[in-house]
Design a protein around this ligand. Structure first.
Ligand SMILES: Nc1nc2c(ncn2[C@@H]2O[C@H](COP(=O)(O)OP(=O)(O)OP(=O)(O)O)[C@@H](O)[C@H]2O)c(=O)[nH]1
Length: 221
């Protein structure tokens, strides 16, 4: 992954995170709840691509999460490769009350790994946990799939807010931790704070859409 610095010091990092999953699993509402604390009971399918930037404080560093949302339905989606380009994190969402959306997870993972790096930090999200009586996918099944695929896992509800912020924060913290480990393990930058890369200027990733994550470290140019 390449880095670049900018003069604007308003944030230390910018991480691109994508929301993916079948239509109507609640991607847009997860983003609305996280970014604006809003919920839309009758939201329509996303058409094209939307993104929202949310500032977060991780270990005293100001991080901007740029969260991208698109339609689950192919016919409403924009160019796939552009959507994934430069993503360093992903929320892979299914609806716990519709088993079919859980079955689609393998296909979404394939698409994610086709268009972005294999090591993009990913959390499997079982949304609509408030629909207890309609549940079709157990928590244990979700956990097992996440473990098998090496993903983080959480059940959320955009309706009652459960775990919504936690799911986004899990991804952002892990990206930050990988970045920190990379910096700490670098001889050249030994004992320096991650934000001190680029001669103390702000570090923004991804810079050029060609970012890649490596296991146990993160970035190469
Ligand atoms: N009960 C419940 N309903 C939810 C929740 N999240 C979303 N919904 C509802 O599910 C429907 C679809 O939500 P969206 O956020 O539009 O789903 P989406 O995944 O963005 O859909 P596409 O844009 O078509 O891909 C809407 O009617 C929401 O109100 C939730 O956590 N609980």
């Amino acid at each position: 992954m390449a880095f670049y610095s900018e003069d604007d010091k308003s944030e230390d990092y910018l991480f691109k995170i994508v929301l993916i999953g079948d239509s109507a699993v609640g991607k847009s509402n997860l983003l609305a709840r996280f970014a604006r604390d809003e919920f839309y009971p009758n939201s329509k399918s996303t058409i094209g691509v939307e993104f929202q930037t949310q500032k977060m404080d991780i270990n005293g560093k100001e991080i901007k999460a740029q969260i991208w949302d698109t339609a689950g339905q192919e016919r409403f989606r924009a160019v796939t490769s552009a959507y994934y380009r430069g993503a360093v994190g992903a929320l892979l969402v299914y609806d716990i009350s519709r088993r079919q959306t859980f079955h689609s997870i393998g296909r979404w993972l394939n698409e994610l790994h086709t268009h972005s790096d294999m090591n993009v930090v990913t959390i499997l999200v079982g949304n609509k946990s408030d629909l207890k009586d309609l549940r079709e996918v157990s928590t244990a099944e979700g956990k097992a799939l996440a473990e098998a695929q090496g993903l983080f896992f959480m059940e959320t509800s955009a309706l009652d807010s459960s775990n919504v912020a936690a799911a986004f924060e899990t991804v952002v913290k892990e990206i930050y931790n990988i970045l920190s480990r990379k910096v700490m393990s670098s001889q050249e930058l030994n004992k320096q704070d991650p934000a001190s890369l680029s001669n103390g200027k702000k570090v923004v990733i991804p810079s050029d859409g060609q970012g890649e994550f490596k296991k146990g470290g993160c970035c190469s140019s």
